[in-house]
Design a protein around this ligand. Structure first.
Ligand code: NAP
Length: 317
């Protein structure tokens, strides 16, 4: 099968289209004919070999050379074969998933049953593949890490990104008081996702405008903001939630107003997302689509910082 392979850490130049062996599913896995995958922040981390989360990313991606030679965490496609212990899926099912170990930048990938769900009927494979990781991460943060009730004021920092664009829509399901923060070019996009108000961070610092929020959801990470910067913008019981667990790992033990978390995406979360999607409450915003052969170009576009929403990779061209 064809796959995008990397054998050393580095720039997008390390990604090459190669012929490799088709994988064989374990008992608890399904073999999926990949129709689409996407590009995520974790692909950049695995490709470059960056050491984050106290070296945890090195543990996952490899120390001196890549542990997994194929990237791609999001997948949407058709089940081609099932392992002996599979009960939920059968050959021909159309599924989507977010993998814990990458491998979806390929024509076939093995997917653990517990990480997959039936694809939303009203989404193409490309749309589903651009939803699993960041949609699931937004869902975990706003449904499980905090409980939002109607009338609460929620601010999404990074509202135009992969996680943030889903976070705006998911927050709107729980409350009608959602503010998105993004750069100038994305203001219209964030409005179109349903945000009640949009703050352009290039023109206004939301931490200095006197407004307060019950939940501030940091969907940017990388220490661009912090609890310290945001604390005066929180209500008395307000909570700062961030997609960057490293920045809050120890602080949470002392301060319950700060929460960092990992997405932990699984079948249950993807089933829940599918219901929201099929009910027309959540959609994906796909900025650009590249064929499998151009994954390196897709990484360059991701790293240019010009991207809005998601980048899709079409595998069955
Ligand atoms: N915890 C988890 O399990 C998990 C899972 C997935 C992702 N993540 C993390 O979540 C973060 C976001 O991922 P993503 O895929 O959504 O990334 P992304 O698509 O690249 O989005 C990044 C967002 O950050 C905004 N941004 C960049 N610089 C900014 C600045 N100086 N001030 C304010 N906003 C700024 C961008 O806004 P503009 O483009 O409008 O400027 C964009 O909305 C990453 O750090 C990633 O590692 C964590």
């Amino acid at each position: 099968m064809k796959a995008i392979v990397y054998e050393e850490f580095g720039s997008p130049d390390v990604l090459e289209l190669k012929e490799v062996e088709k994988p064989i599913p374990k008992d608890d896995e399904v073999l999926v004919k990949v129709h689409a995958t996407s590009v995520n922040a974790l692909d950049m981390i695995f490709r470059s070999g960056a050491s984050l989360l106290f070296g945890m990313t090195k543990l996952m991606a490899g120390f001196n050379k890549p542990k997994h030679n194929i990237l791609g965490f999001d997948v949407s496609g058709e089940v081609e074969a099932v392992g002996q212990k599979i009960t939920k899926f059968k050959k021909g099912d159309l599924i989507y998933a977010c993998l814990r170990s990458p491998g979806a930048n390929a024509e076939y990938v093995c997917v653990p049953e517990k990480l997959a769900a039936i694809k939303p009927a009203n989404m193409s494979h490309l749309e589903a593949a651009t939803t699993a990781d960041t949609g699931g991460t937004a869902l975990t943060g706003l449904r499980d890490v905090v409980t939002i009730t109607e009338g609460q004021r929620v601010l999404i920092f990074g509202a135009s990104g992969g996680v943030g664009s889903f976070a705006v829509q998911i927050a709107k399901i729980f409350t009608n008081e959602v503010t998105g923060v993004c750069g100038t070019n994305a203001v219209d996009m964030v409005k179109s996702l349903g945000a009640n108000a949009v703050i352009d961070y290039k023109k206004e610092d939301f931490t200095k405008n006197g407004q307060t929020y019950d939940v501030i959801f940091d969907a940017v990470g990388r220490k661009v903001t912090s609890y310290e910067k945001c604390k005066n913008s929180l209500t008395e019981n307000g909570i700062f939630v961030t997609v960057d667990p490293q920045s809050t790992m120890f602080r949470y033990m002392m301060n319950k107003k700060v929460r960092g978390y990992m997405g932990g995406i699984n079948s249950e979360k993807l089933d829940y997302l599918r219901e929201l999607i099929e009910a027309g409450k959540v959609k994906t915003f796909v900025d650009k689509v590249y064929p499998l052969s151009q994954v390196a170009e897709a990484h360059r576009y991701y790293e240019s910082g010009k991207k809005k929403g998601k980048i899709g990779i079409s595998v069955q061209e």
